[in-house]
Design a protein around this ligand. Structure first.
Ligand SMILES: *[C@@H]1O[C@H](CO)[C@@H](O)[C@H](O)[C@H]1NC(C)=O
Ligand SMILES: *[C@@H]1O[C@H](CO)[C@@H](O)[C@H](O)[C@H]1NC(C)=O
Ligand SMILES: *[C@@H]1O[C@H](CO)[C@@H](O)[C@H](O)[C@H]1NC(C)=O
Ligand SMILES: *[C@@H]1O[C@H](CO)[C@@H](O)[C@H](O)[C@H]1NC(C)=O
Length: 378
């Protein structure tokens, strides 16, 4: 009888810890985009700073092979972006896709945890017409990966909300605009569904806020107040922040296109800490910190968005470093988004480690394994 009660309470303990453990893993992966970096910082310094701040994922725009290599043997997952300038050549010939993979993936994978590749970014805003080449380029990278025996790297493309959908409000009325929808987005969503890939989208509440004077600042900055909510008249859903409004607009547009089950990853979001022009008086470090604090709290709460309780599956903060002022951009007024100083310390007292696999959680898994063995012995 004593045996039984011991066993039983242990079992109960395990069940509750297992449950709470799996609950915590349902929050989105929190990562950061690296576009610019200080010339003083080596790839190894940058990778060490990311690890030190327990940032789980990094999105590399125009990835430098040395920077990819620097993330070897770390648990940081990498999203590599292929520049728009390569889309035509990747679409034209699969051996060009293989060449790209031979320089950016093969030498480092799987020691560097490359998890996804985005072919092109925001191609709808590009001056070149890339719409016809995009899907063939994505397929060539996908097939070339399979030919190399690599099946765990997913392939997609990144879009920006603003030219993509007809209007962000109310979210329930959002649709992908024509002719892009029929021509590009639907076939792309079919591919993503088939290949178990994600839809990647940049969500910049700052841009929408700047363009739309009816939006209350607190609503854009995750500040709860009597005034900072918006109701969707069609669904009756109340929105407490602009980020959720924009994410749900994407989800609605995907649902209209018949693909609401594809996971959504927010590849960029943030708030500028310094303005491009004097009129942008809401681009400053105080509001940037408020935005990020609100965003992180919201993501870690695991409540998702009104239309999707699991929410998005990942979010990359834009961006790790400010642009360097220097040749070409000596202009003192330059919109900046960096969350780290050039000396690789965080500007804000924030915990970016949403789902980073810490030594602690590894330790927890070990305790769990030991407990299971003990349980089996009893
Ligand atoms: C693709 O590129 C390879 C290597 O550059 C070349 O040998 C081949 O002829 C090209 N194929 C086509 C269809 O252009
Ligand atoms: C997608 O996932 C399903 C279920 O996990 C699996 O059966 C299928 O083979 C996957 N497809 C690809 C292309 O990886
Ligand atoms: C800096 O940028 C602002 C806004 O874009 C512009 O009005 C100004 O003329 C620029 N100054 C210089 C020195 O380029
Ligand atoms: C890093 O740079 C910032 C801004 O220049 C400074 O405030 C901070 O003290 C520096 N931190 C270290 C550890 O040097």
């Amino acid at each position: 009888m004593a045996f039984f009660s011991l066993n039983f309470s242990l079992l109960l303990f395990l069940l509750t810890t297992i449950t709470s453990f799996s609950l915590t893993t349902s929050t989105p992966t929190i990562g950061v985009t690296i576009q610019h970096h200080p010339s003083s910082a080596t790839p190894e310094h940058i990778a060490a700073a990311v690890n030190r701040h327990r940032i789980a994922a990094v999105r590399l725009i125009d990835p430098d092979p040395n920077l990819i290599r620097a993330f070897s043997y770390s648990s940081v997952s990498l999203l590599l972006c292929i520049p728009n300038t390569l889309v035509h050549s990747l679409a034209a010939n699969r051996s060009n896709a293989a060449v790209w993979l031979y320089t950016h993936v093969v030498p480092f994978y799987p020691r560097a945890k490359i998890s996804a590749i985005s072919v092109g970014s925001d191609i709808l805003s590009s001056s070149d017409d890339l719409a016809d080449a995009l899907l063939p380029a994505i397929r060539n990278i996908h097939v070339a990966l399979h030919e190399l025996g690599i099946r765990r790297i997913s392939v997609s493309s990144t879009f920006s909300l603003i030219p993509l959908i007809t209007s962000a409000f109310p979210p329930s009325s959002a649709e992908f605009g024509e002719p892009v929808n029929d021509h590009l987005i639907r076939p792309l969503l079919d591919f993503l569904e088939e290949a178990n890939s994600s839809f990647l989208v940049n969500i910049h509440p700052y841009d929408l806020y700047r363009l739309n004077h009816e939006i209350v600042l607190g609503y854009a900055l995750f500040q709860k107040s009597r005034y900072s909510f918006v109701d969707d008249p069609t669904t009756g859903v109340r929105y407490q922040n602009l980020f959720d409004t924009m994410v749900d607009a994407v989800l609605s547009a995907m649902a209209v296109a018949g693909h609401e089950n594809i996971p959504v990853v927010v590849t960029e979001t943030g708030w500028p800490n310094s303005p491009a022009t004097l009129e942008e008086n809401n681009a400053n470090q105080v509001f940037a910190e408020m935005y990020l604090r609100g965003l992180l709290k919201h993501l870690k709460s695991g409540v998702g968005t009104p239309l999707k309780k699991e929410g998005v599956s990942g979010v990359y903060i834009y961006e790790l470093f400010d642009k360097e002022r220097g040749q070409g951009n000596s202009n003192a007024s330059l919109r900046q988004w960096g969350i780290f100083y050039p000396n690789l310390t965080s500007k804000y007292d924030l915990d970016y480690s949403g789902s980073y696999r810490t030594a602690e959680s590894n330790g927890f898994l070990k305790i769990l394994a030991v407990s299971l063995v003990v349980l089996a012995l009893l």
